[in-house]
Ligand binder design. Structure first.
Ligand code: PHE
Length: 522
């Protein structure tokens, strides 16, 4: 048998043909003229097209192909012709024919009877007689023609379909022309200088393959930063550039009773000291938030079962907070209700990072002489809320505050403009608002170019004297402060509209991996 042509031979044959004839109208018949499968020619075409040596155009055709059964008939003849050929002049018994034809027997009997090629002797249904001398095996002919890609009449196709001898298949072949880089023989370009090249000296004559600067590198196997952490870092950098110092926020949950690293409290089993947990006191009372305030309800706040209460609170300060709630002071009338220590001792998961700001301001107030401070924090807070597209029971808050003598609302607006314009939000508007701990208070809105509307981006205000003076901060010292969630700007920046795609168990790791390294805006 002649040896199969190698891909190099196929390539040479194709290029020589294109060189002389100028085109190949149908790659399938060209493949058979070369004596190779179409698949093999296809490989060569693909490689030549990539280098624009040939131009190929797809020809998509639906063709009828033979089933395995039909392929057998194309070789051995149709079952009816096989059957007739197997009958000797005197006839043959069914059993003998069955033994000879095997699977083809039943079909062959039926078809041969239909063609009136066979008959039976009267009274002997077992002896099959031949009624024709020679049969013309049209079925075999048609199958062979189909196999060669020739056209057969529709009527034949219908018959073959009925006999389940053919199925439809989609195939692609090509028409080919010379490409812009056409050559009769491709030069093999070297990709490397090897020791062999150097030894033999043939490197001098070599032509080298160009570097492909457009090639995509392998994706790097590395860790990827969660969008929230990425935006957190960007915001942290803005705070640091503006001269702010981070507040310690690492105690939103402490799983041991007392004694976390750095805890100063005595170890009392089942009891938390106040540096390990957030007592309502720091989250609400010290912020001049009355004990009947709806946010202090268990529907809004997660309270701890164990340890349920904080025993250690700064007694002098606690007394002053009690006074300001009950009967006022420093020019305030207070709320005029019976303040309960039990309520203030209840441990909770902090509902805002302003609880941390309160602790830090209290600490600052104890340091004499007073020194102005700029503080920020970005960390987790918890609210007992129904989860939906924009709300989770835990999220992150960004908070900034400046504590100094003589600060005004104008200072607050100026700092907010600086801060938010660094975040890419330079158009700001303010709306009067209410917080128990700030007066005046302002909601912050920014014009979103993408959404073409004003969106709320944060809340702000000047801490009330009822909050600052009981701490021991000097008269005339003001605190301007603001807070916003980390999730909201991140969702806007990353075009995410469901918070659960950003945070929590439903986050898709592929989304994190495919996030761009740099974005406009932040
Ligand atoms: N604590 C406020 C909140 O949870 C944000 C805020 C911080 C408001 C500081 C005013 C001043 O939304």
């Amino acid at each position: 048998m002649a040896e199969e042509p190698s891909p190099a031979d196929v390539e040479a044959g194709l290029l020589a043909h294109l060189n002389s004839a100028g085109e190949v109208p149908d790659s399938r018949s060209f493949a058979s003229s070369l004596g190779v499968s179409h698949l093999e020619l296809e490989g060569v075409i693909k490689s030549l097209s990539a280098f624009r040596i040939v131009d190929s155009t797809d020809i998509i055709k639906e063709t009828w192909v033979l089933t395995d059964e039909a392929k057998g008939y194309a070789v051995k003849g149709s079952p009816e012709a096989q059957l007739v050929a197997a009958i000797p002049p005197d006839g043959a018994s069914k059993d003998a024919l069955k033994a000879k034809l095997g699977d083809a027997f039943d079909v062959g009997m039926k078809a041969a009877a239909r063609n009136k090629w066979i008959g039976f002797e009267k009274g002997n249904k077992d002896l099959v007689l031949r009624k024709v001398e020679n049969v013309k095996d049209e079925l075999q002919e048609q199958l062979k023609r189909l196999e060669n890609g020739e056209v057969v009449p529709d009527k034949v196709i219908d018959d073959l379909k009925k006999r389940k001898l053919i199925t439809k298949e989609k195939s692609i072949w090509y028409s080919l022309k010379k490409g812009p880089e056409f050559v009769v023989k491709r030069k093999t370009l070297a990709t490397d200088v090897t020791t062999e090249h150097l030894r033999s000296g043939d490197w001098k004559g070599l032509e080298f393959k160009d570097y492909n600067y457009g090639a995509q590198g392998q994706p790097i196997a590395k860790g990827y930063v969660q969008p929230l952490m990425e935006v957190r870092e960007a915001i942290e950098n803005i705070f640091i550039m503006m001269g702010f110092t981070e507040m310690p926020t690492n105690n939103f949950v402490e799983s041991r009773y007392s004694q976390f690293a750095g805890c100063k409290g005595p170890y009392i089993p089942n009891t938390a000291c106040d540096c390990c947990f957030f007592a309502s006191f720091w989250n609400f009372d010290a912020l001049f938030q009355p004990q009947q305030h709806p946010a202090r309800d268990s529907h809004d706040t997660f309270f701890l079962k164990a340890p349920a209460a904080t025993r250690q609170l700064p007694e002098d300060y606690l007394e002053k907070v009690k006074q300001i709630h009950q009967s006022g002071g420093y020019g305030s009338k207070g709320y005029g209700y019976d303040w309960k220590r039990d309520e203030a001792e209840k441990n909770l998961l902090r509902t805002h990072t302003t609880a941390v700001s309160t602790r830090m301001l209290y600490k600052l107030a104890q340091e004499k002489p007073f020194a102005p401070k700029r503080y920020y924090s970005i960390d987790r807070v918890f609210r007992n809320e129904a989860v939906d597209r924009t709300h989770l029971a835990e999220f992150h808050q960004i908070e900034g505050l400046i504590c100094d003598y003589g600060l005004t609302l104008g200072d607050l607006i100026g700092v907010l403009e600086d801060f938010f314009s660094s975040l890419g939000m330079s158009k700001l508007r303010f709306k009067p608002a209410y917080n128990p701990y700030t007066e005046p208070s302002m909601e912050i809105f920014s014009y979103h170019d993408g959404l073409k509307k004003w969106v709320e981006v944060g809340n702000s205000g000047m801490f009330r004297p009822e909050m600052l003076l009981p701490m021991g901060l000097p008269e005339g010292v003001n605190v301007i402060a603001w807070g916003l969630s980390l999730e909201r700007p991140t969702m806007i920046l990353y075009g995410i509209d469901n918070i659960r795609d950003l945070f929590g168990p439903k986050v898709d790791f592929n989304l994190i991996k495919s996030n761009p390294l740099c974005r406009l805006g932040l």
